[in-house]
Design a protein around this ligand. Structure first.
Ligand code: SF4
Length: 351
């Protein structure tokens, strides 16, 4: 394995020198910018993440600027990426680094793990790319490439598979080249050894690859548990009175924490319009004078939830009271200025 390790590392680095992507966060060693890029890429693909990276680095040129920004503004910059707890963690970490660590990010993966929102993968990425620590990153791309190349059939969501892949990657990692090697693994796993349209025909590992040899490319990697997806119906009530619409700020925990949406009832079963209106009238103790519009069903998928949302634009017979803690009347023309979940933003743009 050691002789092969050297050979495999060389093949990968040589592939990377010819095919590695030029990305804005690869032309810097600034841990702040590398950390930003990694947090954004936890959420989205490189293509979409680029715009967010530019928005953050332009709005907040250093960790101090991000630390001192209002949270609502940070959430607004993050809008569309989902999992808003990550945006709040990002902001909290900027404050921690600025206020308690003299504006300097820790330089080892072990210390970086102490920061909110930084898990083993992100810590290893920052430590290796910004500080040259010899520590491998292991993400879905790496699991896929290694399990296929070495024919590892142990499930990667269990200890046995994770240990096997971790040991191999540690052996492959060439000392002093962790920054390039890690980025090479990420690029190779997404561009060549990809989940679909795997590029085996032109792959430089083809003659060494167990999965290719044994026709296991579409089987590996193996996962023991399949996530059970729960379906939830979201009934949103868009209550407009005198050019204002009732918005509510979501609690600080859970999905879309701190963002704004409309009054909402969730159900596990689909409802018809009559049932939706009865529930709304009960919620606000009002009567509905007119249903002005009912949207198409809009789908929003999370890893563990399928959310089917419908928006009911209604005119009540009287203005319902808002709760100043949770909800507020906002001018229709100002709704888009609030930080909104992507689902709400999409609806609002098409209404
Ligand atoms: S031959 Fe195919 S499966 Fe094997 S490493 Fe290359 S791209 Fe991945």
């Amino acid at each position: 394995m050691t002789a092969n390790s050297h050979k495999y590392s060389k093949i990968l680095l040589s592939w990377y020198s010819e095919n590695g992507r030029e990305l804005p966060w690869r032309s810097t060693r600034d841990p702040y910018k590398i950390w930003l890029s990694e947090i954004i890429l936890q959420q989205t693909r490189v293509e979409q993440g680029m715009a967010y990276y530019h928005a953050f680095t332009e709005n907040y040129q250093d960790v101090q600027a991000l630390a001192e920004a209002p949270q609502e503004e940070v959430l607004k910059t993050w809008q569309g990426l989902g999992y808003y707890s990550r945006a709040r963690n990002l902001h909290a970490t900027a404050k921690e680094v600025w206020e308690n660590r003299g504006g300097r990010f820790p330089s080892t993966a072990k210390e970086l793990l102490q920061l909110k929102g930084v898990g083993p993968y992100t810590a290893a990425a920052i430590a290796s790319i910004a500080f040259d620590e010899d520590v491998p990153v292991i993400d879905g791309n790496v699991y896929r490439w290694i399990t296929r190349l070495f024919g590892i059939e142990a499930p990667i969501d269990q200890k046995e598979g994770q240990k096997a892949v971790g040991e191999i990657v540690n052996q492959l990692l060439p000392k002093g080249r962790a920054a390039d090697f890690n980025q090479a693994m990420m690029d190779f796993g997404s561009q060549v050894c990809s989940p679909k349209n795997t590029q085996c025909a032109t792959c430089p590992f083809k003659e060494h690859c167990v999965a290719f040899d044994k026709d296991l490319v579409q089987i590996l990697p193996i996962k023991a548990k399949k996530t059970k997806v729960q379906t939830v119906y979201l009934h949103y009530y868009v209550i407009e009175v005198d050019g204002q619409v009732l918005l509510k700020q979501r609690p600080n925990k859970g999905i879309w924490a701190g963002l704004y949406d409309f009054p909402l009832i969730e159900s596990e079963q689909a409802w018809d319009i009559d049932k939706s209106m009865v529930e709304l009238e009960n919620l606000f103790n009002i009567s509905i004078e007119q249903i002005e519009d009912v949207s198409e069903e809009m789908k929003h998928l999370l890893s563990h939830r399928k959310m089917l949302a419908r928006f009911y634009r209604v005119k009540p017979s009287e203005k319902p009271k808002s709760n100043p803690q949770l909800s507020e009347w906002v001018k229709v023309k100002d709704v888009h200025k609030k930080p909104l979940p992507k689902l709400i933003e999409n609806y609002w743009q098409t209404r």
